[in-house]
Design a protein around this ligand. Sequence first.
Ligand code: CO
Length: 460
Amino acid sequence: MKKVQFTETILRDANQSLVATRLGYDQFEPILDEIDRAGFYSVECWGGATFDVCLRFLHEDPWERLRKIRKKLPNTKLQMLLRGQNLLGYKPYPDDVVRRFVRAAVKNGIDIVRTFDALNDTRNLKVAIEETVKAGAMASGAISYTTSPVHTLDKYVAQAKEMAQMGVGSICIKDMAGILSPKDAYDLVAAIKDAVDLPLVVHTHSTTGLAFMTYMKAVEAGADVIDTAISPFSGGTSQPATETLNYALRELGYETGLNDDALLKMANFFKPIRADFLSDGTLNPISMATDTQCLNYQIPGGMLSNLLSQMKMLNALDKYEDALLETPRVRADMGYPPLVTPTSQLIGTQAVQNVMAGERYKNVGAEMRAYCRGEYGQTPAPIDPEIRAKILKGEQPIEGRFADTLPKDSFEKAKAQLGDTARCDEDVLSYISFPEVAEKFFAERKAAEEKVVRYSITQL
Ligand code: CO
């Protein structure tokens, strides 16, 4: 019998794409037993923006969240999304930190580390993949999918082969914008399956409405796993619904291994949670709708809403359309990076600045300058030389791999600097990832504990 398996994204990507990652652990804890029973290939539950949001907004220790999920899902593979050398942050980190972070993630419960690089520069995947394998987990090498004059099928196949040589246990086609068409999915899956003897995962978003058709053709071409979200948190900028694809593919003769009863309980559980997010405004109904603009502008859904809110904050909504048109131009100038964290932020911000200043590249942020120096890696096509010269003002771009120029003892240094504030190595990693946010979190944690102590003393 033909077989296709599912990765459930409710705890990470669906959560991130629809409700700005605001699902708290206590909110979903009661349904974890059913998720464990559902028969997923894996559950994506950590990484991406979850780490930052846990510390910054939810007052949760992301490491503790992971350990709790691990305990509640003994029979399911836990998966995280890692931004390669950029870890869960927005800039490249030194190698010793990358190794420590990956090791800690695996130690705290992760089985599969899906690693991508925003530029598809495999030098930024190497250390993370190596350390994942060393720690005894499965590395899944992701291709950040985009379309441009320089992104060809052959290049994607070459990347898949290279990642296979690095020791990944699976390949993932990661389409963050929902622009992977059924035809291109079929061709790409067939070509990669032909070239590499590894399980192939396809990840897309419903943003443009292509996703159901794309998965269908991907599965026909031999995809082994698809990423879906339980129905109440599916559609729009999230993944297509788990139950729907399970129904359709099973009817077509595929064995999915999913438990309908568990899926039903999950859907019933998340419906009222969705209703709460809708009524408090966290979930904007627009994010659940189909938006074909992404097909024209090649801009991921999340970036569209970010642009809109940036222009609103600048009181420049009248220039929104200009910023929208400027984005693909900046992307072309910058060598056609796939638009995914952190390049989506870099390109989006620059487009807004170009439009606001009325002169292109008059105002350029420190990150964009670092990008032009080559710190984020090699761009898919060369950066426009004139624009690069304007931005770098005589500074020379780096040669080779940026992380090789960084100190090798950043972890130990940060640990020493934190002293007693860090209770464990995981605290040090939180601090290195997001210094100010983590410090605030540590202080709040301490204050909350002191309050509990005071409370129990008065009880006596
Ligand atoms: Co995604």
